[in-house]
Design a protein around this ligand. Structure first.
Ligand code: NAD
Ligand code: IPM
Ligand code: MN
Length: 355
């Protein structure tokens, strides 16, 4: 029986996880799947109350006693250092070695894109390296606050880290019938890190002769994603570049509120979270789009082998959009809860047909 830790976190994270949970409970029951959902109280409130972000024992429990995590978002204006988000979110990614950050940005309907030329199918599936790059915290500062301040934030790339994310991207493309894998880097400037990525990319690509490959500098990639996104399929990038292009790809395919992500160490652990943050500007108003979080449930069901359920959730999201049952970011007037209820009703109808 899969045991899932639910970490709503901060801001709209709490609102969207509440709805994602309802979808998960509905689908699990419809599938006859036994999921145990465990509520976790991690986030800014706890940090401000107790001074604790996350303990070693909690990491151990997430690692050993849970099969997956569903997280909302972390980030709160009352914690300007963002310390708790770094400890909890980056902590899980690093300490659980969740090296694949899979961010599928799939356009469900052309009207959802701000690009006038956008059409379906448009499927930008990003494989973001999740344990290295500029995110390791290696670095330091001296003479802080003086005119002679020095700050260093290292960009770490290891052969192991680079190879395993590139391999994950190619294996995904190969198993799902995708035709092209694009490397996104800045090898024209980053000689050492860029050189490593390029060499390993070429080596792994040789093992998949049926898959087309290309490489784009990240600045040109940003431009081309707006100009002709349909040219791209699977993208693989370092931690920081993957972070940046995933927000861009999410916006092109319907907005941040729509995009899910999975942080995975294949065969070991998985953390599902929408790509968006805690959105303090709309938190507490009941207007957050729950679809990114609900699509995380689809990824989670797929992860646990319930592929049909994952597809049904995607289909229910499309149906709700086609019926205009959306939150204000998509032009609708529904609340977060009403939008989720609409999706659940479409699921109910779909499962009733099957039964
Ligand atoms: P954000 O994603 O929270 O918000 C950016 C914009 O998109 C805002 O205008 C917001 O209202 C809108 N938006 C985001 N999600 C939405 C949704 N579901 N429905 C409707 N509109 C939505 O990014 P930000 O403002 O840069 O960051 C806010 C906080 O969240 C910061 O503390 C940041 O560090 C944190 N953050 C956390 C995560 C995470 O936990 N995975 C991801 C990104 C940002
Ligand atoms: C994301 C976020 C995080 C990141 C922040 C909140 C640490 O932007 O999940 O995309 O940079 O990875
Ligand atoms: Mn981001």
């Amino acid at each position: 029986m899969p045991r899932i830790a639910l970490i709503p976190g901060d801001g709209i994270g709490v609102e969207v996880v509440h709805e994602a949970r309802r979808v998960l409970e509905f689908v699990a029951e419809a599938e006859g799947a036994d999921f145990e959902l465990v509520d976790w109280d991690l986030g800014a409130d706890r940090f401000l109350r107790d001074g604790i972000t996350i303990t070693d024992e909690e990491f151990r429990s997430l690692d050993e006693e849970h099969d997956a995590v569903l997280l909302g978002a972390l980030g709160d204006p009352r914690v300007p250092s963002n310390q708790h988000a770094k400890d909890i979110l980056l902590g899980m990614r690093f300490r659980l070695d969740l090296y694949v950050n899979f961010r599928p940005c799939v356009l469900l309907s052309p009207e959802l894109s701000p690009l006038a030329s956008a059409h379906t199918p448009l499927r930008l599936e990003i494989f973001r390296e999740n344990t290295e790059g500029e995110y390791t915290g290696m670095g330091g500062a001296m003479r802080e606050g003086t005119a002679a301040e020095v700050a260093v934030e290292e960009n770490i790339a290891t052969r192991l880290g680079v190879e395993r994310i590139i391999r994950a991207a190619f294996e995904f493309a190969d198993s799902r019938g995708r035709n092209r894998v694009t490397l996104v880097d800045k090898a024209n400037v980053m000689r050492f890190v860029g050189g490593l990525w390029r060499r390993v990319f070429a080596e792994v690509a040789d093992e998949f002769p049926d898959i087309e490959t290309d490489a784009m500098f990240v600045d040109a990639m940003a431009m081309d994603l707006v100009r002709r996104p349909e040219r791209y399929e699977v993208l693989v990038a370092s931690n920081l570049f993957g972070d940046i292009i995933s927000d861009l790809a999410a916006e092109i395919t319907g907005g941040l509120g729509m995009a899910p992500s999975a942080n995975i160490h294949p065969g070991r652990n998985a953390l599902f979270e929408p790509v968006h943050g805690s959105a303090p500007d709309i938190a507490g108003q009941g207007r957050a789009n729950p679809v990114g979080a609900i699509r995380c449930v689809a990824l989670m069901m797929d992860h646990f082998g319930f592929h049909d359920a994952g597809e049904r959730i995607e289909a229910a999201v499309v149906s709700s959009f086609e019926s205009g049952e959306t939150t204000p970011d998509l032009g609708g007037s529904l609340s977060t809860t009403e939008a989720a209820t609409a999706i659940i009703e479409h699921l109910r109808a779909a499962y009733a047909v099957r039964a």
